[in-house]
Design a protein around this ligand. Structure first.
Ligand code: SAM
Length: 244
């Protein structure tokens, strides 16, 4: 079947590649990739040899048109280096253009670091705001933190080792002692999940520059926690005043 297929790849552990993802790669006439070396290794591991073509969101309209033309005739698969395409990765403009052109778009879903980290963080997951990478310039970063800091949601960021300390310090300064989690190297040999308040984590990572890939999660603002506290208090009172 012709069309554009968005295929998730593992975020570190090759065994997380789904059967459907493998089948879609096998069926592909053309694979749009971020980095042909990275995807080349995955294809080699799967025993597949496929035509690849680089794709980024700054690719030209002509590049997108070429991929759409191929998706009208055959199976075009979009992958990123790791995880789910479009999630802090290229693909948004391509999917939009394909849908506008009436080309079928489907997916083999799989790992994404944001959901993986949330699922083992122990922080509330009923509402979360994924904010991708914070800007690296101090003013722009402070503006974003101010903009989303009071949203009554858990906040999720992607981060790198060298920037983690600075980011935690900025979050601690603006958001105070909220609970947070640093989730590192998920699904890999050195997977680690560290919990603490923002100031505690800022201190811990002030000097240490952890290696590998990181998701940083910040719990919701106090009001939400206070509401939960009040609820528990109210429940206790209600139970105590129940008739025997
Ligand atoms: N599309 C990917 C996804 O679905 O998760 C994310 C791509 S983004 C360019 C890469 C960032 O994702 C890394 O810098 C890190 O913040 C996060 N990430 C990816 N793999 C990870 C892992 N195994 N453990 C922790 N964070 C990871």
């Amino acid at each position: 079947d012709s069309g554009l297929y968005i295929v998730a790849t593992p975020i570190g552990n090759l065994a997380d590649m789904s059967q459907r993802a493998i089948e879609m790669l096998r069926a592909a006439d053309l694979i749009a990739v971020e980095d042909s070396r990275v995807t080349g290794k995955l294809l080699h591991h799967l025993g597949l040899k496929k035509r690849m073509r680089p794709y980024h969101d700054h690719s030209s309209d002509a590049d997108r048109e070429a991929l759409l033309a191929a998706a009208r005739e055959g199976v075009v698969v979009l992958v990123s280096d790791a995880g789910t395409p479009l999630i802090s990765d290229p693909g948004y403009k391509l999917v939009r253009a394909a849908r506008e052109a009436g080309i079928p778009v489907s997916t083999a879903p799989g790992a994404s670091a944001v959901v993986t980290a949330l699922s083992i963080s122990g922080l509330p997951t009923d509402r979360f705001l994924f904010a991708g990478f914070l800007p690296s310039k101090a003013k722009a970063r402070a503006d974003v933190i101010a903009e989303i800091g009071n949203v009554k949601s858990t906040l999720v960021f992607y981060e790198s080792g060298p920037r983690l300390g600075v980011t935690l310090a900025a979050l601690a300064e603006q958001l105070g002692a909220r609970e947070a989690v640093v989730a590192r190297e998920l699904t890999k040999k050195f997977e680690e999940v560290v919990s603490g308040t923002l100031p505690e984590l800022a201190e811990r990572y002030a000097e240490a520059e952890p290696k590998g890939e990181i998701v940083l999660i910040v719990g919701p603002p106090g009001e939400v926690q206070a509401e939960q506290g009040d609820y528990e208090g109210a429940l206790k009172v209600a139970l105590e005043t129940l008739p025997p």
